[in-house]
Design a protein around this ligand. Sequence first.
Ligand code: ASP
Length: 587
Amino acid sequence: MYRTYNCGSLRINHVGQEVILSGWVQATREFGGLTFVDLRDRYGITQLVFNEEQNATLSDLAKSLGREFVIKAQGKVRERSNKNPNRATGDIEIEVDQLEIINASKVPPFTIEDESDGGDDLRMKYRYLDMRRNPVREKILFRSQVAYEVRSYLVKHDFVEIETPCLIKSTPEGARDFVVPSRMNPGQFYALPQSPQTFKQILMVAGFDRYFQIVKCFRDEDLRADRQPEFTQIDCEMAFVTQDEILTTFEGLTKHLFREILSLEMEDFPRMTYDNAITQYGSDKPDVRFDMTFKDFTKAAQGHGFQVFDHSEIILGIVVPGLAEQYSNKDINALTDWVKRPQIGAKGLVYIKWNHDGSIKSSIGKFYSDETLTQWAEQCGASKGDLILILSGETDSTRKQLGELRLEMGKRLGLLDPKDFKPLWVVDFPLLEWDEESGRFHAMHHPFTSPKASDVSKMLNGDHETMKQLRADAYDLVINGVEIGGGSIRIHDRALQERNFKLLGFTPEEAERQFGFLMGAFEYGAPPHGGIAFGFDRLCAVMKGSTSIRDFIAFPKNNMGRDMMIDAPSEIDTTQLKELSLRLMKE
Ligand code: ASP
């Protein structure tokens, strides 16, 4: 027998019992004639003690143990004289009378501690060692708990878990596909799904009514900081539902997860239109943990001889509470440099300080009187002592830049508490997005998204400009400025789906070749339906107050899309290439 208890379970009431424990050596310490060994497993750490006077051979064996050796120890539980209140097992220790080395270990390449000294790639190469560390293990266990509660809630609500294939057909859904050559069909390729979108819709046509799957999705994108080429979604679809019923169901799921796992009761989620999100926060995923919404100075500020403002499409500001006197010229200059960085791209920054004594100090004092600026401050709801920061320029980019500045100021003021959860639904997204560069429309969500019922006839008959106004029954769940999930009511009518493909620049032949199966299914009694997908990795990270998804994935890839442990991707040999009818292009 390897163990009668695990390393996290013994307490004061076990004193006197003879027990067997197995695990890894976290650390050894010698003190007088005593040797202490911290024995670790998934459940915790228990202190073993060896007494040289009582058993010199055993004590010598204990001294020979290295970090991460796997051992089995048998002995009696006794009360510790020197208790450790930071450890669940800290009241007791094991007086060992038998010790067996099950497996030795090389010295690990980094410390297996909460704060490790290993760099990212090194820790990924030895991921099995990294996962022995508390912070990583806890995140993996947390993920498992979230998955369990997701299933529990959805199954209770009549959702059926159905698997969809991984080898599918390459279709454009926003990102690039990963493709897999077919040996049996030379010159042909499968694609890995970017999401099971069309399959879940087909399942609704098949009558399953409520579907879910915790499923891997694949997108071949250039990897930005916290993206993974393969990631997991909680993918869901429902038939015979309105947008409202979908939002209620998945608000229910989110509340269930926070209640069961974090013991947090969430209030009802507010809903904000896409337009409001953009005009007040400069983002379709607003962080509403703090206020600082945009104030529009365009009308008030133009026509006073200040060229920069007069030539701007829009002039927007935020009121930063309490910083008027706290921010020196040097701070303002540094902030100006911050907004001018290419990542933000603003041309400059205007400030108005409304000091506590009522005086005004501003970078545009030459063009506007103190009375005018005081009036602005009053009108935009500022108080004495506040700092107003203003950006101007072209509408979309100014909003985006001010959105970034707002977040930065929120961060500087300590308003982004990761344990303060502020969810909201962003609704009424535009259906289509006009792309100047390519001169065509893109689907804002995806090509299967339905316009709002009131916009259907406009979509079928309207002109080019009308198409830009169309609103969709599409929605995102946002928590603390992070997009957790998104979905839509779908088109379930062949004619409307054909129209959408046409607007998106597909010829009828292309649409038929790529999505004929779906439009065909719509001709056999497709029910109205809609759904949503949650980013599972990201949801776990946000719930844990973490900004990185990587440690919530057991075997993540690095920024080059590389698995450092198995060293993939890798070359394949020429026989394999031949079998697949592939030839590598020579430079
Ligand atoms: N398939 C969509 C996505 O992956 C989600 C949905 O519309 O249900 O974003």
